[in-house]
Design a protein around this ligand. Structure first.
Ligand code: TPP
Ligand code: DXP
Ligand code: MG
Length: 632
């Protein structure tokens, strides 16, 4: 398809004066560009299809070269990238060196924050507005946050709304309500928003009660019946936006987010309003592409797909080797079958954590708390206190939200909560907001916490069993990749014990986590070069197997620790601290991990290779140490 409009757009100024028809044509081109991108890579799709008109309308009514716009989370940023002059690079999106799949200030001044975690848009927009009012009072800069109904329940959103109302700042929050997070939205707010679907349009600017007054009983009709009607009418009337109005926001809506002329009318109406305003917009996740509307969960971020001759979708086959996520969810399923005390929490990532079967078969012991990671952890702590065995199944990067609850509600109380930290390590095309490369560091600092990392597929079930019977908190980390199985006589899991896979006089590689098979391969490569290097599968980051590690330090030429975590505070750091504390020499100890920088987006294997965290890189690091060591 040709892109006569998109190919000409240098900046949103170019679309300002579009007629309705031109805007429709632009919307069609944007959707076509989205289809093309998802036909050859996994990318966010349904959410982007749903905000096409909203994005066009916003850029036509506001001037974001000075006004401020934050798209919450940022996964629905694609149309915005297209209308802010990035069409020519669009096919590079989510590829290493290409456009990021999230906002990126380095790409465009129209992207203000690099984001990927949900819920912060209202806070940052309020901050922008507060500083703009202070520093540029003449400019009258507008501030707009677009937040999804899935992100809305995050506690921080309410913290920000509370603050915005207190400051009475002129800011616009657009609630992009498509009835979905990645999975169907859950909880009390979800029910509240469901009710708003049937409410009539309400304009909080007018505080217009005439609609209500029209419903008052008229003479001649039975009063009781009329009062019933009146009560229903009041109820419906109140459902629209009472919650937001009570919080100090003016509420306007709902507005059909795909009816661009109406949407623009609403945006014009709210643009110059004083004080905080919430515009409630209904959109359809996947709009314009029927299969995505029918199955928005799959099409949130689908694997690449094409159409066959019958126009049916043909997904590209996934790897046949089971992913860590699937092994974990299957193991959890088995343990839930055996033990009624085992319960599991997800923070709106049922699909990503592959928990659908658990949700369906154990509905009473499955808890989707929404995008509320801090709450998930404190909630799990409460359940643990009452005798349950909670598993908190959250991506490593999103668990960062719960740092304080891990500290206070779990570690300080020494409660038996199991943390399954999925997507730990380099996650790939989502990039720096999603790489889970800090958890070795942030988990091991807390007293009572046991921190583990399976070295391969066969470590997963025994480590989970260990966690579910241990009298205190335990974490497991595993990456977003298929899980290799290392052929060996698997050593049983023992608290604080590593597994010696092989020994070598020239040096020892200590693998922390799923790079264990790569470390073995590295040792094989080194063998070809005449170096005799052993491999240890650490399994425990805390407590450390100091006996085995110190032996390696004492008896072999060098020790190289390997982990998919930042070097700062990670496993290698723990080994260094322990060795130093024991008064051992450490000149022949090196830590391989992620340097002190944010890792870009790209293919996981390529990123790991670039970081020297593949077999060749590990072998290179080891070889250089063997060389250095001969000089010691
Ligand atoms: C803190 C955090 N937890 C979880 C996620 C994973 N996540 C990304 S998008 C999304 C759903 C967001 O729903 P909504 O805000 O309604 O956006 P929609 O996709 O429906 O437009 C989730 C759970 C995240 N990005 N950040
Ligand atoms: C926006 C977001 O956070 C998710 O959609 C993320 O892209 C999912 O990644 P996974 O594919 O690893 O579940
Ligand atoms: Mg949504």
């Amino acid at each position: 398809m040709e892109f006569p409009k998109l190919s000409q757009i240098q900046s949103p100024r170019d679309i300002k004066d579009y007629s309705d028809q031109e805007s429709d044509e632009l919307a069609q081109e944007i959707r076509e560009a989205l289809y093309q991108v998802v036909s050859d890579r996994t990318a966010h799709f349904a959410s982007n299809l749903g905000v096409v008109e909203l994005c066009i309308g916003l850029h036509q009514i506001f001037d974001f070269s000075k006004d401020r716009l934050i798209w919450d989370t940022g996964h629905q940023i694609y149309p915005h990238k297209l209308v802010t002059g990035r069409f020519n690079e669009f096919t590079t999106i989510r590829h290493q060196g290409g456009l990021m799949g999230y906002p990126h200030p380095g790409e465009s001044p129209y992207d203000l924050f690099m984001t990927g975690h949900a819920g912060c848009s209202v806070s940052t927009t309020l901050g922008l507005k507060a500083a703009d009012d202070l520093l540029y009072p003449e400019d009258d800069r507008k501030s707009v946050a677009v937040i999804g109904d899935g992100a809305l329940p995050s506690g921080i959103v309410f913290e920000a709304m509370n603050n915005a109302a207190g400051l009475n700042k002129d800011m616009l929050v657009i609630l992009n309500d498509n009835k979905m997070g990645i999975c169907p939205r859950v909880g009390g707010l979800a029910s509240y928003l469901d009710k708003a679907r049937t409410a009539p349009f309400y304009n909080g600017l007018k505080k217009d009660v005439s609609w209500l007054l029209n419903k008052l009983p008229v003479l001649g009709e039975p009063v009781a019946e009329q009062l019933m009607h009146f009560k229903d009418a009041v109820k419906t009337y109140l459902h629209g936006g009472m919650l937001f109005e009570e919080m100090g926001f003016r509420y306007i809506g709902p507005v059909d987010g795909h009816d661009l002329p109406r949407l623009k009318e609403a945006l014009r109406m709210v643009k110059d309003v004083k004080g905080p305003v919430l515009l409630h917009v209904f959109t359809e996740k996947g709009h314009g592409f029927e299969p995505a509307c029918a199955d928005p969960v799959t099409f949130h971020s689908p694997a690449p797909f094409e159409r066959d001759e019958n126009n049916e979708i043909v997904p590209i086959k996934k790897s046949s080797s089971p992913a860590y996520t699937n092994i974990v969810s299957q193991t959890v399923y088995d343990r839930m079958e055996r033990d009624d005390k085992v319960v599991i929490m997800t923070a709106a990532m049922c699909a990503g954590n592959n928990l659908d079967k658990i949700r369906d078969d154990f509905p009473e012991r499955f808890f989707d708390v929404g995008i509320c990671e801090s709450h998930a952890v404190a909630f799990a702590a409460g359940m643990a206190k009452s005798g349950a065995r909670p598993i908190v199944d959250i991506y490593s990067t999103f668990l960062q939200r719960s740092f304080d609850q891990i500290f206070q509600e779990v570690a300080l109380q020494n409660l038996p909560v199991t943390f399954c930290m999925d997507r730990a390590g380099i996650c790939g095309p989502d990039g720096p907001t999603h790489h889970g490369v800090f958890d070795n560091s942030y988990m091991r600092i807390f007293p009572n916490m046991v921190v583990t990392a399976p070295g391969d597929a066969s470590d997963v079930a025994p480590l989970l069993d260990f966690a579910l019977t241990y009298d205190g908190p335990v974490s497991l980390r595993y990456p977003k990749c298929s899980a290799a199985t290392v052929e060996r006589q698997v050593a049983p899991i023992e608290l604080g014990k590593s597994e010696v896979y092989s020994s070598g006089a020239d040096g020892t590689i200590i693998a922390c986590g799923a790079l264990f098979p790569d470390c073995i391969e590295a040792a094989n490569l080194l063998k070809e070069k005449g170096l005799d290097v052993g491999v240890i599968n650490a399994r425990f980051i805390k407590p450390l197997d100091t006996e085995t590690i110190f032996k390696a330090l004492d008896e072999t030429g060098f020790v190289l620790t390997v982990e998919e975590n930042v070097i700062a505070g990670g496993f290698g750091s723990a080994v260094l601290e322990a060795a130093n504390g024991a008064g051992l020499r450490t000149g022949h100890l090196r830590c391989l991990g992620i340097p002190d920088e944010f890792v870009e987006h790209g293919d996981r294997a390529e990123l790991l290779s670039g970081l020297g965290l593949d077999a060749e890189g590990i072998a290179r690091a080891a070889e250089s140490m063997a060389g250095q060591n001969s000089l010691i």
